[in-house]
Design a protein around this ligand. Structure first.
Ligand SMILES: NC(=O)c1ccc[n+]([C@@H]2O[C@H](COP(=O)([O-])OP(=O)(O)OC[C@H]3O[C@@H](n4cnc5c(N)ncnc54)[C@H](O)[C@@H]3O)[C@@H](O)[C@H]2O)c1
Length: 439
């Protein structure tokens, strides 16, 4: 009740308050409820979801009786409203491109959840729409706001491990079967694949901490466990994501999707444009959960243990046995979703939208490059494990976004769309018809 009063009061008193519409109010849409905290500088004015029960989710409890909130199942009605300055796009991945392009065209500032889109062409279309409309774009890579990632970046940047040479990330996903093999995630038409869907985070972290982008990727992967699950939901039933410790072992999970055409295990090797080599391994049927990264330089290595509670980073800078680091950093538990990253990234978005502030962690170009690596890594997995070259985004887009989303004064256009062969490859991974990048 107290929160509701604050929202109404600030909406009337402060005309600089950011008015937010949430497109996809269920599930991850709850992220936007971080602005309901006092002093956030933002309010929720519209909620959109095709399922009315999404409006009743715990995230929106304090708005339950607030009749001033516009609720609809049609996102275009939210985009048409004058009392919406910015939108959170938190619908499933296959809708990101359509929703983000429409929102940017409608002049809204956009918070777009990761992955940016499910094709390279989709990402490039979003980037170009942002540049052509001048509407501002923020991509929700919340791992860039996680304390252990930030700490590892600081350590690498400090030079303590010398010049970075190689990166390995092992991603154990204990909730894989529950979260990704019961609903829309299990179908390639909705995600391209889980290497992209889930790994977009990690590929982005690898790029960010390494200071480079993947230029060549090779992948291997397979579907070997969830395809053998006997207890399937009907195609006509909505996939319900439920998690419990007793949902074990994976083969005994209930309500698994009738259609699964994505990998439950995948590995990619990446060669970055600055020479760094990286490996990312993802497995969806482990009993435990962790993203375990190691960054190895020519003077040492760092490694994190745990990415939830009990996070620790070990630093090795002298010769010695495994498990005997020179230094260890223990990170305190932080309140808020995803280890405090969620309230932090929402606050950053509000500053970005209200003050035009440049947020160092926000890079739509990097978001696009993590998708490109995920798409072509998936293509490699499904097409004989052949190496794939990653097409860079057009130069004019890179210049625009590197310039803080402001036009760069030039006489000649430097637009250089991806080569047709690359478009065909990227589309083959998704099974979608190739669509040339739109100008
Ligand atoms: N950054 C993170 O940590 C993080 C975590 C979870 C999910 N996500 C991202 O958030 C997005 C949503 O994932 P989720 O797990 O919440 O999925 P979900 O299916 O649980 O929720 C999506 C919501 O969108 C609604 N929706 C679907 N089609 C719609 C339409 N046409 N119009 C309006 N609403 C519609 C659904 O009814 C649902 O309430 C995905 O892109 C996912 O990658 C990010």
């Amino acid at each position: 009740m107290a929160e509701k009063k604050t929202v109404e009061k600030s909406a009337k008193k402060d005309d600089r308050v950011l008015r937010i519409g949430v497109l996809g109010a269920g599930g991850r849409g709850g992220l936007a409820s971080n602005v309901l905290q006092e002093g956030s500088g933002a309010v929720i004015t519209a909620l959109c979801d095709i399922r009315p029960e999404a409006f009743e989710s715990p995230a929106w409890k304090s708005l339950k009786n607030d009749k001033s909130i516009f609720r609809t199942d049609d996102y275009k009605k939210v985009l048409a409203r004058k009392d919406v300055d910015a939108v959170f796009v938190t619908v499933p991945d296959y809708l990101h491109e359509e929703f983000a392009v429409a929102a940017l065209k409608a002049g809204k500032t956009v918070y777009l959840e990761k992955p940016m889109a499910i094709t390279i062409e989709g990402c490039d279309r979003i980037l170009r729409t942002a540049m052509e409309t001048g509407s501002r774009l923020f991509v929700g890579h919340n791992m860039r706001h996680m304390d252990y990632i930030i700490r590892m970046k600081e350590l690498i940047d400090s030079g303590i491990i010398g010049e970075l040479q190689t990166v390995w990330c092992r991603h154990f996903i204990s909730y894989g079967g529950d979260a990704y093999f019961k609903d829309w995630h299990s179908e390639a038409k909705n995600t391209t694949g889980l290497l992209l869907q889930k790994g977009a985070h990690d590929i982005d972290v690898i790029h960010w901490l390494s200071g480079g982008y993947t230029k060549r990727v090779v992948g291997m992967g397979r579907l070997s466990v969830y395809n053998r699950c006997k207890n399937r939901r009907k195609a006509s039933e909505r996939g319900i994501v439920t998690w419990s410790e007793s949902n074990w072992p994976p083969l005994e999970l209930k309500g698994i999707s009738p259609v699964i055409d994505v990998e439950d295990e995948s590995t990619v090797m990446m060669q970055l444009d600055n020479g760094v080599l990286a490996n990312y391994m993802q497995c969806h049927y482990t009993p435990d959960h962790c993203r375990n990264y190691t960054f190895i330089g020519d003077k040492g290595r760092i490694e994190n243990y745990g990415d939830g509670y009990g996070r620790r980073i070990d630093v090795y800078t002298t010769r010695g046995g495994f498990g005997m680091p020179d230094q260890s950093f223990y990170l305190r538990d932080v309140a808020g979703g995803h280890g405090g990253a969620d309230p932090d990234i929402v606050a950053a978005f509000v500053r970005f939208a209200k003050n035009g502030e440049s947020i160092p962690s926000n890079s739509p170009i990097a978001a696009r490059n993590s998708v490109a690596t995920g798409v072509l890594g998936t293509y490699s997995i499904r097409n004989g494990n052949m190496p794939q070259e990653i097409p860079p985004p057009a130069e004019d887009l890179v210049e625009y976004f590197n310039n803080g989303q402001k036009p760069v004064r030039k006489t000649a256009s430097k637009k250089s769309p991806a080569k047709k062969t690359d478009e065909v490859k990227a589309s083959a991974a998704t099974g979608k018809k190739a669509v040339p990048a739109k100008s």
